[in-house]
Design a protein around this ligand. Structure first.
Ligand code: NMX
Ligand code: MLT
Length: 435
């Protein structure tokens, strides 16, 4: 057994015992009261999941195994002294709960570089069979499913493995899948936007740097942006649509490919990960309809009010849990201010930030009027030359694999059972009021 798996097992063994004990000895402990309103408005605030990789505070934002993004900027290994943390490091942290050394990060990076080399050719055939104008998320998800022919988890299940050992083939599948996603994403990007003129991987590069390189954006700044992007989108506790869907499908002992594809189908929704593309659509429409590339705040305010009056949402704003500006928005703004303070799209994003929260507050119904991660990610990518908006949700998906697939390994370590909540019809809800 390699050192990372051995370490994981050592860390997990007492936790697995704790979970068993909680179920056995404290299974009847009441932890929460829930209201009709919570059930009928998307189960908000209902604690229904055990997630160890990260936790979201409504005021402060995300913490990965207890560390905020700003802390991780200091504590995780990075290539440049003043640079961005490596995604390999946040993966190691989410997996083990411990901060990695430079050697740990090198180990993960080498593992992924090796595992990325053996993608079966039928995966690319599946992508090629789709129309070139099929949305990149359609191509991405088909490729993920096509890779499941490689699933070691399914093979282990068929050989009659003891269920307490399922985490091991899950780990293998997860490592393969994470390793290969940048190659798949870059392949789709070059196929759709660069005439199928592909760029070979450079195994000497880190995982995110290699993605930027294979996409054809190989300046050091683009690699730095990709590292930052991959770290900040990697996880957002367990209840967001992509994490929850991955976990739910995994609870049926579906292999990591099926489970992750389910999560990615959720990410492709406009209220979730597709919002990063929709933001750019909204911005460009705004510029077109107002008739200038440099609209005033007054013009933006009017346009935002019209969007709401038409019964549409302003993409990039609002959140189901957060009640303050998303720290992932702020860290991207800081990056932009450091490298490209005068970029027109960053100036526009700033103007929108000055105006839209007040417009949303004035509706009296929006719980969180502040920007989320998607409000600026597209403006930043565009300013660095990655201006093909339809690839943005794929990039989000590559990053999200780090958190949701790590949690899938832990789900199998904990031995969590099939998930099966109770549903009721409308009559039942009406009856509760009469009682
Ligand atoms: N623009 C206009 N209306 C909004 C917005 C917004 N940005 N955000 C919330 N509302 C409305 C919402 O549609 C709902 O209206 P109604 O009662 O008429 O159905 C009302 O405000 C209350 O919604 P909330 O409880 O504040 O938000 P909820 O938790 O239901 O939804 C989002 C959260 C994120 C889905 C919602 O804020 C939204 O649609 N935002 C725009 C899309 C977006 O940026 N999504 C990305 C989220 C982050 N991510 O990457 O996943
Ligand atoms: C996410 O990153 O998953 C989004 O912010 C949505 C969420 O947390 O619900």
């Amino acid at each position: 057994m390699d050192y990372l798996k051995k370490k994981l097992l050592d860390i997990a063994t007492p936790e697995v015992e704790t979970v068993r004990k909680l179920v056995k000895e404290h299974g009847d402990t009441v932890i929460q009261e829930i209201t009709m309103g919570q059930v009928l408005t998307g189960m908000k605030g209902i604690v229904g999941l055990l997630t160890c990789t990260s936790k979201l505070d409504p005021e402060e934002g995300i913490r990965f195994r207890g560390y905020s993004i700003n802390e991780l900027k200091e504590k995780l290994p990075r290539i440049h002294e003043d640079g961005e943390p490596l995604p390999e490091g946040i993966f190691y942290l989410m997996l083990t709960g411990e901060l990695p050394t430079n050697e740990d990060v090198k180990y993960v990076s080498n593992q992924w570089a090796q595992r990325a080399q053996s993608i079966p050719s039928h995966v690319f055939n599946v992508i090629e069979a789709l129309p070139i104008d099929a949305h990149p998320m359609i191509q991405f998800n088909n490729a993920i499913l096509a890779m499941s022919t490689e699933s070691q988890f399914r093979k282990a299940h068929l050989t009659g493995m003891d269920k307490k050992d399922y985490w091991d083939p899950m780990y293998e599948g997860v490592m393969d899948l994470i390793a290969r996603l940048p190659v798949i994403a870059a392949y789709i990007y070059r196929r759709v936007f660069h005439n199928g003129n592909h760029i070979a991987a450079d195994p000497s590069l880190d995982w995110a740097g290699n993605l930027a390189h294979m996409m054809g954006h190989s300046s050091e700044e683009a690699k730095r942006l990709m590292r930052l992007y991959m770290v900040i989108h990697s996880d957002h506790e367990g209840g967001n649509v992509s994490a929850h869907a991955t976990h739910l499908v995994g609870s049926a002992l579906s292999n990591p490919y099926y489970s992750f594809a389910a999560g990615m189908n959720g990410l492709a929704g406009p209220l979730h990960g597709m919002a990063n593309q929709d933001v750019m659509h909204w911005l460009n429409k705004l510029k077109r309809e107002i008739g200038t590339d440099d609209p005033s705040e007054e013009q933006i305010k009017k346009y935002a009010e019209e969007t709401i009056a038409k019964g549409q949402v302003i993409p990039g704003y609002g959140h189901a849990v957060l009640r303050k500006t998303d720290p992932r928005f702020q860290v991207q703004l800081d990056f932009a201010n450091k490298y490209i303070p005068d970029a027109p799209y960053i100036k526009l994003a700033n103007k929108i930030y000055n105006v839209v929260p007040e417009v949303l507050k004035s509706t009296g119904k929006v719980q969180n009027p502040w920007p989320n991660v998607d409000a600026i990610s597209g403006s930043l990518l565009t300013s660095f030359g990655i201006d093909e908006y339809r690839i943005y949700t794929v990039l989000f998906g590559v990053s999200r694999s780090l958190g949701v697939l790590t949690q899938l390994i832990w789900d199998r370590l904990y031995g969590l059972p099939i998930e099966r909540p109770k549903s009721q019809n409308l009559q039942w809800f009406e009856d509760q009021v009469k009682k």
